[in-house]
Design a protein around this ligand. Structure first.
Ligand code: 6PG
Length: 258
């Protein structure tokens, strides 16, 4: 059985244009929010970084005006962060704040940015893991937190969050957050990232992937035999959750199973 066939419940939605992609993502996120709030009283959402999600965040904020408000019951974390201040243009938190969080009625106490003021990436990662422990207060730390929905992107090399190819972060089997050195990614800064432990414990993972430059990596991950060491997005296989890939036609051009 080829690795990609081992992936559990997985859907691939090919969208005609960025507006359709954002609308599809907003629909999945709001559906997950309503289900989580109805079943458990709150919605735990992890936001992705990079540039692709911005249109989805803006539409989520706009959409909020016309639907039952879910934001007072939503808690927001981040899949990864660059070790820069929030007002730095490279900050994932800064992008989410401008395009979404400053535009919806979410209590600031329910937003959990990575503490990039920490003296080092390793310390920021350790503090972020503690933030998750305090929030989810698990009876024992061997069970990673189970987010209702985790948004992820994918780089041209197949990285996701800040799980970069051929880095130690990929082998992390105990910590819930770790860090990666600056030399493997653009922008070249140290990064803090949730580990596979947390990402694969999610109820739902939604990837947003656009652009022709990602077509080879996307084919490799979805239909090839990509190893997670080479294409870290291939390692996202929630043990008891679903993965939805929302992609545009350019990124999907090599896929045979659409
Ligand atoms: C980051 C992101 C990263 C991103 C991909 C895709 O901090 O860079 O978390 O994993 O999702 O690199 O980025 P784009 O959406 O900008 O193509």
């Amino acid at each position: 059985m080829k690795p990609h066939e081992l992936t559990a419940v997985r859907d691939v939605d090919v969208c005609q244009n960025p507006d359709e992609l954002a609308a599809r993502a907003v629909k999945l996120i709001t559906q997950a929010a309503h289900e989580a709030i109805e079943d458990r009283g709150q919605f735990t959402l992890t936001l992705s970084g990079g540039s692709t999600p911005m249109e989805t965040y803006l539409l989520l904020a706009h959409f909020d005006r016309s639907t039952p408000v879910v934001w007072p019951h939503t808690c927001v974390f981040f899949s990864d962060e660059r070790l820069v201040p929030p007002d730095d243009p490279r900050s994932n938190f800064g992008m989410a704040q401008k395009s979404l969080l400053d535009r919806v009625k979410i209590p600031p106490s329910q937003i959990f940015p990575v503490p990039t003021e920490a003296p080092s990436a390793a310390e920021a990662a350790a503090r972020y893991a503690e933030t998750m422990v305090e929030f989810f207060s698990p009876s024992d730390r061997t069970h990673p937190p189970r987010f209702d929905l985790i948004l992820l992107g994918m780089g041209e090399d197949g990285h996701t969050a800040s799980l970069l190819p051929h880095t130690d972060a990929l082998a992390e089997e105990k910590l819930w957050a770790t860090w990666t050195p600056p030399d493997n990614a653009t922008p070249r800064v140290e990064r803090i990232t949730m580990t596979y432990l947390v990402l694969n414990a999610a109820r739902q993972v939604v990837f947003l992937v656009t652009g022709a430059k990602k077509a080879v990596a996307l084919w490799d991950v979805l239909e090839g035999c990509a190893r997670r060491e080479d294409r870290p997005a291939a390692g996202i296989r929630p043990t008891d959750g679903r993965v939805t890939w929302i992609v545009d036609q350019e990124a999907a051009r090599l896929l045979t199973k659409k």
